[in-house]
Design a protein around this ligand. Structure first.
Ligand code: PLP
Length: 396
């Protein structure tokens, strides 16, 4: 009677009807003689989303955090020095994991609102003549702050320093949504999760692994069991898994890969850029609001983190949007709690859906005390969407 609720958090994202239907099937035999006929093309198509022709992909029944752990435990040794940077909740948690797994973290602290400090990385890599740094870590899209970092520039800095470290990238909120070129950017381990650009429920940790990382795996001694690449490879090679796979999620993944690849990744990236630009057009009109991202070079096309105006508690904006307008906005995480809210604009979305999110945010901001001219943000977004949306946009 009240219509449906609206989900504009940066993951889990909206699951398209086609994907939901693809998962609504009876349980199946994961050791059936023809199960491999389903899995082998699935893995090979998943590589296309990572933009990987060599190496391999692994699909674990876990979340993005599990795929982080799989990447580290399979390719590094306890005590290895790694270069990391921290500028939001997720880069912070990745550092925490690295430390808890016994890595020696060389950490760059960065203002929240900026991303990976490429110049600092370059200086540290150049100074590391003995190649003590075994891995360089980069959070491609910091979901807490709406900041995207330049992975190609990090690879260029590593190459300029002639440094052999592995490059680890957290692509949980970027892969499947915004430009990601695993092979061209020389990424060795790329982490993704099913619940963001892949438009699925949470439950699959997706990991792209380069040939170089597979070679490092041969000598890496960090304890591992559940996430062991070797165990996975042994069975994946014929299309099976070392433990019970999440078959319904895999059927959903088949459907979402078909949708993404039917239009092509470039088209998916373009759509995310158009949608994000519309959200940013609205934010620019909201008096007293501003993006957490420090400038256009950091703008994320999958999530916008927005400071509420002075004197307005962002928690009130989020609670009002939820209770009054049936709309979930993303919360301000860690030190952004109360100061910022987020609009997720990734996955299965179109301009009219986002007009709903922008309207809800605008109404909730006013309800929470923000002095904003009624309709100013939504009008700017509408004009942006009118000018930029192709008339024959294919659904993804
Ligand atoms: N990295 C980033 C950038 C994320 O946004 C998230 C979750 O939102 C994670 C890692 C952790 O992924 P998960 O919650 O799937 O374990």
């Amino acid at each position: 009677m009240n219509g449906h609720s609206h989900l504009f958090i940066p993951g889990p994202t909206n699951v398209p009807e086609e994907v939901r239907r693809a998962m609504n099937i009876p349980m199946e035999d994961m050791r059936a003689p023809d199960f491999g006929d389903f899995i082998l093309p699935l893995l090979s198509d998943l590589k296309k989303v990572f933009r990987l022709t060599h190496g391999r992909v692994f699909v674990y029944p876990t979340s993005g955090t599990g795929a982080w752990e799989a990447a580290i435990s399979n390719t590094l040794n306890t005590g290895d020095r790694v270069l990391m940077s921290r500028f939001g909740q997720f880069s912070m948690l990745w550092v925490d994991m690295a430390e808890r797994l016994g890595l020696d973290v060389d950490l760059c602290e960065v203002d929240w609102g900026k991303g990976v400090p490429v110049e600092d990385y370059a200086a540290k890599l150049t100074a590391d003549k003995e190649h003590k740094i075994k891995a360089v870590f980069a959070t491609h899209n910091e979901t807490a702050t709406g900041v995207t970092s330049n992975i190609a520039a990090i690879r260029a800095a590593m190459d300029a320093a002639n440094h052999p470290a592995l490059l680890f990238v957290d692509g949980v909120s970027s892969i499947g949504s915004i430009e990601f070129e695993m092979e061209d950017w020389g990424v060795d381990l790329a982490v993704a999760g099913s619940q963001k650009g892949f438009m699925l429920p949470a439950g699959l940790g997706l990991l792209g692994v380069s040939d170089k990382a597979l070679a490092a795996h041969e000598h890496a001694k960090m304890p591992r069991c559940y996430f062991s690449f070797a165990d996975m490879i042994k069975l994946n090679d014929t299309g099976y898994f070392p433990y019970t796979p999440a078959t319904q999620l895999l059927r959903g993944l088949r459907c979402s890969l078909d949708m993404l690849l039917a239009v092509g990744m470039e088209s998916v990236w373009d759509r995310h850029h158009r949608l994000a630009s519309g959200v940013r057009a609205a934010i620019a009109e909201w008096q007293g609001c501003r993006l957490v991202a420090h400038g256009p070079e950091w703008h994320s096309d999958t999530v916008s983190a927005i400071y509420a105006p002075e004197g307005v508690d962002a928690r009130d904006v989020i609670a009002t949007a939820y209770h009054k307008y049936q709309t979930s906005l993303g919360s301000g995480l860690a030190k952004l709690a109360g100061r910022a809210f987020r609009i997720g604009h990734l996955g299965s979305l179109n301009p009219v859906m986002l007009c709903g999110a922008i309207s809800a945010a605008e109404m909730a901001l006013r309800d929470a005390g923000a002095v904003i001219e009624p309709g100013c943000g939504i009008a700017a977004a509408q004009e942006h969407f009118r000018a930029s949306t192709p008339t024959m946009q294919v659904r993804v």
